[in-house]
Design a protein around this ligand. Structure first.
Ligand SMILES: [Zn+2]
Length: 402
């Protein structure tokens, strides 16, 4: 819940306007807040003194006279955010500055993916260790985010696919109590979509859906009219459980032929191995160490058997996505995760099939792109969301006032 503007003091309001806009002049702050120029001059001077904002002349050697046309920005060094992405055998950490710029990141060994408070304690300790290793004082970290490869409720509870119907783990509440700072817990696919929307392949497009396809799961995050879609319960984006093959195998959700079981990378490898066992010719030989990456490489070099299994994935994804695009009206699709290795032909195949299956008015707008950001995208996206919340709740200005 954001602090209502009416109950905020004027200094917090100014800071929030500068954070949301990225930069602003004193005159623009006057227009946006209705405060007099005299009040703004006084508050800006106070905020600069507290180290919360900078003006263009502050760097590198400004004299700080503060004309109304000088540009004001948040001081990136006024605090930090830590973002974690956590899944089966996957832990990525980022540290950002106060406006979301990535300062450091790492991918490291993950603790067992078991929904419990002891796992959360382990993650909190790893986050502290990571900040310390980068020379960042934990007292300057203002917020932490945890992007989970699992179901997450709107209250930040960890609802596990492995324990449906069991007691949810109060991840946000537990970490906030442990760390004494605001914590944001999010579904990894929405965190991933957030980063790609702001800084990756989705920049500038108001309507888009990002798919994160991994070794174990498939999720999605959608933006409509520039806003991330999120239900009141927090559950959503479960595109992996759209049935695309009614005669397919049983899924953990209880349906048969869900998308997830057909396109996750280990399923593609299994399909390919099955073809080899039935005598299909390929440059990859049965008994070799067959990985998804190896299949993508062979497909790129013209291996028909290898490309066929990727093409099947494109067909399954198109079946699930076409209806989704029709419902959302979002023509831009961003593909993230290991499928980024699948090459331009896979992207073209998916794009053509989607164009053929969506309603005509959307068909000519359909565009499929690979995600652009590095492998820390999901950890970063969560940190960006956590920062938005922290600024909206005056966390930075309260800490700076101490
Ligand atoms: Zn399912």
């Amino acid at each position: 819940m954001n602090t209502p503007r009416s109950t905020r003091n004027s200094a917090d309001l100014l800071v929030q306007v500068i954070y949301e806009r990225g930069q602003a002049t004193r005159a623009e702050l006057g227009e946006h807040t209705g405060l007099s120029l005299n009040t703004i001059l006084r508050l800006v001077s106070e905020l600069r003194g507290r180290g919360l904002i900078l003006e263009s002349r502050d760097a590198p050697d400004g004299n700080g006279r503060g004309r109304p046309s000088d540009m004001l920005r948040i001081n990136p060094a006024c605090g930090y955010a830590v973002g974690l992405e956590f899944g089966e055998s996957r832990l990525t950490l980022v540290i950002t500055d106060a406006v979301g710029g990535v300062l450091h990141w790492t991918a490291t060994d993950a603790p067992p993916f078991v929904p419990s408070t002891s796992t959360l304690d382990h993650l909190a300790a790893l986050a502290r260790d990571f900040a310390a290793a980068q020379g960042i004082d934990w007292h300057h970290v203002r917020t932490l985010s945890l992007a989970l490869h699992d179901l997450v409720s709107a209250e930040g509870e960890w609802l596990s696919w492995s324990n449906l119907g069991g007691e949810p783990v109060p991840a946000r509440a537990h970490l906030e109590a442990q760390l004494a700072m605001p914590v944001h817990v999010e579904d990894v696919s929405r965190a991933f979509a957030e980063a790609e929307f702001r800084y990756g392949a989705g920049r500038g497009a108001p309507d888009q859906i990002a798919l994160l396809i991994g070794n174990q799961g498939v999720g999605s995050g959608a933006f409509l009219n520039g806003a991330l879609m999120k239900s009141a319960s927090g559950i959503g984006g479960e595109i992996g459980h759209i049935v695309v093959e009614p005669d397919g195998g049983l899924c953990q959700c209880g349906n048969h032929g869900c998308l997830v079981n057909l396109i996750v990378t280990h399923a593609v490898v299994a399909r390919f191995e099955d073809r080899l066992a039935h005598g299909l010719l390929s440059a990859i030989k049965s008994g070799e160490d067959i990985t998804f990456a190896r299949i993508c490489q062979a497909a790129e070099l013209g291996d028909k058997a290898a490309y066929t299994v990727l093409q099947e994935s494109a067909t399954y994804i198109a079946r699930a996505l076409a209806s989704t695009l029709n419902i959302l009206g979002a023509p831009l699709v961003i593909i993230g995760g290991q499928y980024r290795q699948a090459g331009s032909r896979f992207l073209d195949d998916l794009s053509i099939q989607l164009s053929q299956q969506v309603i005509p008015v959307l068909a000519h707008q359909v565009e499929v792109r690979y995600a652009e950001l590095s492998e820390y995208a999901s950890a970063w996206g969560g940190a960006l969301q956590a920062l938005d919340r922290a600024w909206a709740n005056d966390v930075f200005s309260r800490q700076a006032a101490r």
